[in-house]
Design a protein around this ligand. Structure first.
Ligand code: C2E
Ligand code: CA
Ligand code: CA
Length: 553
């Protein structure tokens, strides 16, 4: 993984000699304070004098708040830019550094090096700085949303006969990139995407940054080659080099059918399209269809109804038994169901993602955990006393609350044995920030909870996870077995995982078991605990209790 924070540090006493050595190769070398956008001069005693502002250095027309030095700082990367100096176009290299001030504080600034060789043929129009600043995004130097609206409107007006596509580009899980690689990593990616637009788009096309990690392109239908464009976009993967996270740019394509339609609505259609594949792995582009808007409205209804449904008791817990191969029930996984007033039942797949995106999921999770803990209290002293329940923790829960603390408070509230509350954490949640997550896992274990790694094998970094996280139980995703391709290899991998877990003193549960043959095979491979439709679907708590009582009386 690239380390974005490792900038060179120079003290105020050594910086001038660094600048002097650079002057051997460049015509102009200077130190720029980016926040003030001014040139700094470091005196012999280490004090700093601020000279002209950035604007004055350059020909007034050509310098702006989007200077390459600011961009270099935001991305912690060297940035080259063609600038206009005394009516000539020159190449400027901006090198971000830390300057250690007299008092020991580190200040980020930029060394700018200019070669007065001149660069020919301007490839962009020179604009007035104020206009440029107002219409261009600071980080990427692409059009802002407002400017996009205007330019798109104008383009469509100029060419009433042309057929146009409006394309929205979005990066899957951009917030994860920010969490994993810091804001600098995220910025590095965004500027990289902007560069691709600059390189690949012609002057006839309108493109800009819509907001956050969303970019927009208006292009003539006959000029758009979807696969080629996707191919160009895929090159951003090289910008962040990570074994655990693959960057995936996605496209939502809206064909403009009525040019008089408000541009904001056209953009909304392109956005709805790209959002419809946000959580669909490996689908990189989609064309807008009216049903997508209906889906969005349904999602909005889920969000609007959520709080009322939660307080109104519409969320129920179901239990799916976890069993030994002979069918003996050891406990159950708690799976939420939304039973609506009209009697219909919604499965988690229909609403969890929506709640997750709206940052509401943790409310639901705490509610579900409370119900689970309450159930353990109810079972105390009954025939169900020895059973455990297994709850799901969404990756985002760790960012909204202190999960061990919340679970401990439930243990106290219901006076239950924490060993009977198993905590399922998905593999993907754990790899995001392994050191931090491992501390949380250890904390949970020290409080007596059993920690299970959920969906093991679904992600990409399972082995490093096993090394880094000391969980109690491995829940193996049935993807291996259900996937008919490479069946034999899947079997070998499965067997090795089971052996490895056993050697690491971990329990193993295989989930998603649907047939007797699968159970037989898994038993041969060394698996002892199961969960899946073959034994039972998730069922209401009262049914679970009845089944257990019937089997054990
Ligand atoms: P999961 O944690 O992997 O839970 C197992 C899912 O697999 C359940 O889907 C279950 O019904 C399904 N399943 C079990 N056995 C089989 C089988 O033999 N074949 C097949 N094809 N599927 C099987 P469900 O209940 O729809 O839940 C889906 C996911 O939603 C869960 O996946 C879990 O990640 C999440 N989830 C459910 N309840 C909660 C909750 O209260 N909080 C959070 N954060 N997530 C939850
Ligand atoms: Ca689970
Ligand atoms: Ca699972």
């Amino acid at each position: 993984m690239r380390n974005y924070n490792k900038l060179k540090e120079y003290s105020v006493f050594e910086i001038n000699s660094i600048l002097a050595s650079l002057q051997e190769n460049y015509d102009i070398v200077r130190l720029v304070d980016v926040e003030e956008c001014s040139v700094m001069e470091v005196k012999d005693d280490g004090t700093i004098e601020f000279k002209q502002s950035c604007f004055n250095i350059w020909n007034r027309n050509n310098r702006c708040a989007n200077c390459s030095s600011l961009r270099a700082c935001m991305t912690h990367q060297h940035v080259d830019k063609i600038e206009h100096l005394q009516k000539n176009r020159e190449k400027v290299h901006s090198i971000p550094i830390y300057l250690e001030l007299n008092d020991g504080e580190l200040e980020m600034c930029v060394i700018e090096c200019v070669s007065l060789a001149g660069v020919e043929s301007p490839d962009y129009e020179i604009e007035e700085p104020a206009e440029y600043i107002n219409t261009h995004d600071v980080l990427t130097r692409l059009y802002t949303q407002e400017k996009l609206y205007r330019e798109i409107r104008q383009k469509l007006k100029q060419d009433p006969e042309g057929d146009y596509l409006l394309i929205m580009v979005n990066i899957r899980n951009f917030q994860v990139i920010n969490r994993l690689f810091g804001v600098e990593g995220g910025n590095h990616l965004l500027t990289g995407i902007a560069d691709i637009f600059r390189e690949e788009c012609s002057k006839d096309e309108v493109y800009g940054r819509y907001h956050d990690d969303r970019f927009v392109l208006l292009i003539k239908k006959e000029k758009f080659h979807e696969n080629l464009f996707l191919e160009h976009l895929q090159t951003v993967k090289e910008l962040i080099d990570s074994p655990i996270y693959t960057i995936q740019p996605k496209l939502g394509i809206y064909e403009i059918t009525n040019k008089n339609y408000p541009v904001s609505l056209m953009l909304e259609h392109a956005e709805v399209a790209v959002d419809s594949i946000r959580d669909v792995k490996d689908v990189l582009s989609v064309h807008y269809e009216p049903e997508m808007l209906q889906r969005k409205m349904k999602d909005q209804r889920i969000i609007a109804d959520f709080e009322k449904a939660l307080t109104g008791g519409e969320f129920h817990i179901f239990l799916q038994p976890q069993v030994r191969s002979d069918g003996e029930i050891l406990g159950g996984e708690v799976l939420v169901r939304w039973l609506q007033a009209d009697g219909s039942m919604m499965l988690p797949g229909e609403f969890l993602n929506v709640l997750h995106r709206s940052e509401l999921l943790s409310h639901l999770d705490v509610y579900v955990w409370d119900k689970a803990a309450q159930l353990l209290q109810k079972w105390r002293g009954t025939i169900l006393n020895d059973l455990y329940v297994s709850i799901n923790v969404d990756p985002s829960d760790f960012y909204y609350m202190d999960v061990p603390k919340v679970l401990m408070s439930l243990v106290r509230k219901y006076d239950i044995d924490p060993k009977k509350l198993h905590v399922e954490i998905t593999e993907t949640a754990l790899v995001e920030d392994m050191d931090r997550q491992n501390k949380i896992v250890e904390k949970l274990q020290s409080e007596g909870f059993i920690v299970e790694i959920d969906d093991f094998g679904k992600g990409y970094s399972s082995l490093s996870l096993l090394k880094g996280i000391n969980a109690n139980v491995l829940k193996i995703d049935m993807g291996f077995i259900q996937d008919e391709s490479n069946y034999e290899r899947g079997q070998v991998i499965l067997e090795s995982i089971i052996k490895m877990a056993v050697n690491l003193n971990m329990g193993v549960i295989t989930e998603g078991v649907e047939t007797g043959e699968q159970v037989e095979k898994l038993v041969r491979l060394g698996c002892t605990h199961f969960q899946g439709f073959y034994f039972s679907r998730p069922i209401p708590v009262s049914d679970f209790e009845t089944v257990f009582q019937e089997l054990n009386s």
